[in-house]
Ligand binder design. Structure first.
Ligand code: ADP
Ligand code: MG
Length: 264
């Protein structure tokens, strides 16, 4: 894999600010007064048992979930909303879609378009959003395929790739729109163990590029190596957050200690 990260993907922006966010599904509080400040270019790993609200938090950052209370900002912009005076008004669909261009999202199950080749998967969104001409999109796709080590698969169909390769393509696709923030929801959970490393290696490379990363994962070794911040959630609440060494080596809370003892 090529070591160089294209400088166009280096940002000094990408600050995420989450303020007193709550979200319920029926009577169940999936997020309960969550606040979090993430610096531009920082790498944050979110840990927590199943059902603790990790995915709901990531989805809220992209306004895929509409929060019931509180607000989320990226570089000062209210996600899903516009401020007028001291009131927030929900944005129209097209404005929300425009905000989402700044946020790359990588899912557990890759979600590549099965009827498009690898190259077509990459160039589809930037052309549809009129971010790049076809020619520039193809050039950019080639650079990103180099970064994830898969330029030779440009014309392959997703179904002919391994899970690890599909996820590396999904990461490259998410980078096409040059996002300020990249969100990963258990990016290696669906992979056979021998394929986890190649995907984590790509994320590690990205961690050095200056894009703000938020990664939900159970890979504690990876968190130790790459994360600036670690956040531990239980029952929709942040139980503990801090720099990765502190949270992973000297957890303060009993729940964090028990969780780490189980996953390590
Ligand atoms: P995690 O990603 O930590 O496993 P989630 O954010 O997916 O947790 O879910 C948090 C809680 O919210 C869970 O109890 C889950 O069942 C519930 N939940 C999430 N999404 C929905 C939804 N669309 N409808 C109803 N309940 C949901
Ligand atoms: Mg989840």
């Amino acid at each position: 894999m090529s070591e160089a990260i294209d400088y166009r993907s280096v940002h000094t922006t990408g600050a995420i600010s989450i303020t007193s966010v709550s979200k319920s599904f029926g009577k169940h509080k999936a997020l309960d007064d969550v606040s979090l400040e993430l610096a531009p270019g920082s790498v944050t790993v979110i840990l927590g048992p199943s059902g603790s609200g990790k995915s709901t938090l990531l989805r809220s950052i992209n306004h895929l979930e509409r929060v019931d209370a509180g607000f989320i900002q990226i570089d000062g912009d209210y996600i899903g909303y516009q401020r007028r005076g001291d009131k927030l008004y929900e944005l129209k669909e097209h404005a929300i879609l425009r905000q989402r261009i700044n946020v790359g999202y990588v899912f557990q199950n890759f979600n590549l378009f099965p009827h498009l080749t690898v190259l077509e998967n990459l160039i589809e969104a930037p052309i549809a959003h009129r971010q790049l001409t076809k020619r520039d999109a193809v050039t950019r796709a080639g650079e990103l395929l180099d970064i994830v080590g898969l330029r030779h698969k440009a014309d392959a169909w997703p179904r002919h790739l391994s899970g690890g390769q599909q996820q590396r393509i999904a990461i490259a696709r998410a980078l096409m729109l040059n996002p300020r923030v990249m969100l990963f929801d258990e990016p290696t959970s669906a992979l056979d163990p021998e394929l986890v490393g190649e995907v984590l290696d790509v994320i590690k490379k990205l961690a050095r590029s200056g894009t703000t990363l938020v990664i939900v994962t159970h890979e504690v070794g990876f968190a130790r190596e790459v994360a600036d911040n670690v956040v531990f959630m239980v029952d929709g609440k942040i139980v503990e957050q801090g720099n990765s060494t502190q949270v992973l080596n000297n957890p303060r809370h009993e729940r964090t200690k028990r969780f780490l003892a189980r996953v390590l």
